[in-house]
Design a protein around this ligand. Structure first.
Ligand SMILES: C[S@@+](CC[C@H](N)C(=O)[O-])C[C@H]1O[C@@H](n2cnc3c(N)ncnc32)[C@H](O)[C@@H]1O
Length: 234
């Protein structure tokens, strides 16, 4: 655990305020806490009792590790995230917590992670940032390659096709949902526009990519507006 909590410290970044980040995520993401509880319950159901090593892809911010780890003392975590600022935020959030002592954080891409044979993996609100130009498939394959055969992945992503009627309706509701949760209208609208900028794909395409990456038995376990979650097995 030598490098735990100390890897690639970024200097000179202006870090977002911890509470601000957590609060905004809570205001924007429908069922944010439900996602963590469902993922935790899924892993509790699927993993044998006892120690488990969990790969967290897109671990930035640290809330996911805290939520999954705080009541599961035998789970340890290896988190990767490409954004050093978000990794620093996670480190600060986990500092001096029992979960932090069981967590290793890397500011790197998943393909550069040497570790493997994970008992489970999570990828929450992260894969939708990876372009569907071959990179998203490679990203999912890189997760698969680091998991034990049959191990569960919990993946939660925005889904939909920008411009399609159903997706646009959900996007407008997303904006109203954020405003109802206290976000300023201007901020909610600009966030809603982000949906068009990130690499969100349709549900069918996400399932195709997961299958092509080697995952089996895809099992939807969450839906909140255009955010959908699956369990999938390596
Ligand atoms: C919306 S945040 C979600 C963080 C965390 N999973 C949670 O739910 O609290 C998405 C995270 O994915 C990270 N990210 C984006 N692209 C990534 C990639 N290719 N590999 C790993 N992390 C990535 C971002 O830096 C960011 O920290």
């Amino acid at each position: 655990m030598g490098e735990r909590m100390t890897v690639m410290k970024s200097e000179g970044h202006k870090l977002p305020d911890l509470d601000d980040y957590a609060k905004l995520a809570e205001q924007f993401v429908p069922g944010r806490q439900a996602i963590f509880v469902i993922v935790e319950a899924s892993l509790l159901e699927l993993l044998p009792a006892g120690p488990a090593r969990i790969l967290v892809v897109g671990a930035g911010g640290g809330e996911e590790l805290l939520r999954l780890g705080r009541n599961n003392a035998e789970w340890s975590f290896v988190g990767v995230d490409t954004n050093e600022t978000m990794v620093d935020l996670a480190r600060r959030r986990l500092a001096d917590t029992p979960v932090g002592a069981r967590s290793e954080l890397h500011a790197k891409t998943i393909d550069r992670l040497d570790d493997k044979d994970f008992d489970a993996a999570t990828c929450i609100l992260t894969a939708h940032f990876v372009p569907d130009d071959g990179s998203k498939l490679a990203f999912l394959k890189d997760i698969h390659a680091r998991m034990k055969p049959g191990a569960p992945l919990a993946i939660v992503d925005g889904v939909g096709v920008a411009g399609e009627e159903r997706t646009e309706l959900l996007r407008r509701i997303w904006i109203r949902h954020a405003i109802r949760n206290g976000v300023a209208e201007e901020h909610a609208v600009s966030n809603g526009e982000n949906f068009k900028k990130v690499a969100v794909v349709s549900e069918e395409r996400e399932e195709e990519l997961l299958t092509n990456a080697g995952f089996e038995r895809l099992t939807p376990m969450f839906r909140g507006l255009a955010i959908k979650g699956w369990l999938a097995f390596a």
